[in-house]
Structure formats: structure tokens, C-alpha cells
Write a protein that binds this ligand. Sequence first.
Ligand SMILES: [Fe+2]
Ligand SMILES: [Fe+2]
Length: 189
Amino acid sequence: MSKIFWIFVLAVGGVALVIAVVLTFASLGLAHPVPWILTAILAIAPPLHNWKEHRGFVRWKESYSVGIETIDAEHKSLLRLINNLQSAVRYYTGQEFERRALQELLDYTKVHFAREEALMQEYNFPGYEAHKCEHDQMAAKVDEMVARYEQNTVGAMDEISKFLRKWLITHIRVTDQGYSDFLISKGVR
Ligand SMILES: [Fe+2]
Ligand SMILES: [Fe+2]
């Protein structure tokens, strides 16, 4: 369902609720619970909607930091691109926008992986092979999922978006933080 449709539904629902509050107060009086219940619904609806809108979007946390400024900046960009993809999927406005958001995320992921791998190789990080293997496995999995999307599988882009979000956050928090102390000890900032 398009975003415009839902904006319309919410707007009509909001106006109907305001009218219902006014009419029930007028007809039932201040002592009746119904208009107060409707008022309470009217009061909690906007924050509830706001919470629902932001659910599933990722926000940078200091606990994600690997202690290396350039890498943290790239990870922040990755999270922003994940949120863009999430928006494209949630407020479906056409395949073009969705594809562009995915392509941007995948292109940036490729650049970021290459940068991390070069850094680990430059300083002979002992966990380089295992780390690179994780990057390669993720790229292969995404290729497989994109192939399914190309076959017009229903919900495939939503699945890709969720997979990337979960994978990237876990990878940043666990695997990337694994090189943190080593690279910092070599003077990487
Ligand atoms: Fe990373
Ligand atoms: Fe990594």
C-alpha cells in the first residue's frame, strides 16, 4: 500500500476522532467516560504512530564504535544507507527507488569492505582471512537474494533489507570490533 494512501487514512481517522470527541462531549457531558476515552486515544495516537514509524530504523550507538574515526564514519554511512533502503521498502514508491537505495548500499558496502581488508592486510592482522571470509559470504548471500528479487519474488526486497540490517549491525559489533584493539595498537586512528 502506498504512503499517500496511509497518510489519507490517518488524516481521515484523525479528523473523525476529533469530531467524535467534540460530539460525545456535547451529547454525553463531562461526567461520561466515553469522550474521555476518545480524548485519551487522540492523545496517544501521534506518539504511537511516531514510534511505529521509527521501529526498524537503526541509530548509531557509541557501543558500535571500533575506536577508529574513519571506520566509524563509514559505519555511520552504512547505517544511513540501510535506513534509506528500509524507507524505500516500507513506503513503496516504485522499483526504481528501491533498486537505487539497494545499489547505493551495496556499492558503499563493497568500498567499505575493500578499505577494511586493505587496512587489515597492511598491518598483518592475524584474523584477516576469517574476517574477509565473512565479507565474501555476505556478498554471496546478497547476490543470491538479489537473484530472487529479480524473479519478482514477493517480499524479496523486504527480506534483503532485513538481512542486511541484521548482518551489518552484528558484523560491526562483533567482527569489526575484533580488529579494533589490534589496529589501534599499531597507531591506526
Ligand atoms: Fe565494517
Ligand atoms: Fe568487516
